[in-house]
Design a protein around this ligand. Structure first.
Ligand SMILES: C[S@@+](CC[C@H](N)C(=O)[O-])C[C@H]1O[C@@H](n2cnc3c(N)ncnc32)[C@H](O)[C@@H]1O
Length: 249
């Protein structure tokens, strides 16, 4: 696997995702390729409450989680700002309610849902605090907001080398915020992930301002079965992802 990072001060992340849509569809749908299939989906599903009245999938991409949630009995609306990814999600299941919209302006009534999910999208949304406030607006009292992100420690730094016990180094800012584009080449597929590093407190401030109360926070490590070569064990020392569930009181 080869990872090349570029950082920049300003970029429109949603435009970056539309530009990468074709490559993301290939990456996300290749059997067993993405962490989603190998372990991440199951770790995240464990965080979710049982299906209720209405579930929102905010930043749904090409629709893999929405399809899985539907199969698990969720009645859902999936939303994304990328026209190409929304088209792909709709084509994969024409019966699914998939809408083209920005996460900061959801085409939904107040308090219409009892579960709002943002799986691996908050770090890719330019105005993350406005998106979390919108999710809270769409939640009925007692509703849950569940999110997964690239762990802020992961986006702040990198391992010095590809060994199981490699030092993990943060050369720049953890407490600052910056856009970055990671181009990853693995098993014949290439994908550029356009994201923003923000420290953990940026998410907590957004949740607090949206009136959401955190119930639980998880830092899942790579399960043994997902480690194909020994060097992967470094992700059992440093968290790859962060999961969080909050409630609208
Ligand atoms: C890493 S992908 C995750 C997609 C999907 N949740 C999955 O795991 O397959 C991030 C998604 O966030 C979407 N996104 C970025 N900015 C957005 C915005 N402002 N509003 C809605 N979606 C946005 C991108 O188009 C992309 O589909």
């Amino acid at each position: 696997m080869i990872v090349t990072r570029t950082t920049m001060d300003v970029a429109q992340l949603s435009a970056g995702w539309e530009a990468e849509a074709r490559r993301w569809i290939e990456w996300a749908r290749a059997p067993g390729h993405d962490s989603y299939w190998r372990f991440h989906r199951d770790q995240f599903l464990d965080l979710l409450p049982a299906p209720g009245r209405l579930t929102l999938d905010i930043g749904c991409g090409e629709g893999r989680l929405a399809r899985d949630l539907k199969a698990l009995g969720h009645r859902l609306i999936a939303i994304d700002s990328s026209p190409s990814l929304v088209a792909a999600a709709k084509a994969s299941d024409p019966a699914m309610d998939v809408r083209l919209a920005d996460a900061t302006a959801l085409p939904l009534d107040d308090a219409c849902a009892d579960l709002a999910i943002a799986f691996m999208s908050p770090q890719d949304i330019d105005d993350m605090p406005a998106a979390i406030a919108e999710a809270a607006r769409a939640l009925a009292p007692g509703g849950r907001f569940c999110m997964a992100i690239v762990h802020p420690m992961n986006s702040a730094g990198s391992f010095e080398e590809a060994t199981a016990d490699a030092p993990f180094i943060i050369k720049g800012d953890y407490l600052g915020a910056f856009h970055y584009a990671d181009t990853v080449e693995r098993d014949g597929l290439t994908m550029t992930f356009n994201s923003r590093h923000r420290p953990l407190q940026a998410y907590f401030t957004a949740l607090q301002q949206a009136g959401l109360l955190v119930e639980t926070l998880r830092e899942p490590s790579l399960p043994d079965h997902a480690i194909v070569i020994g060097t992967g064990r470094r992700w059992q020392r440093i968290p790859f992802f962060l999961h969080l569930r909050a409630v609208r009181p």
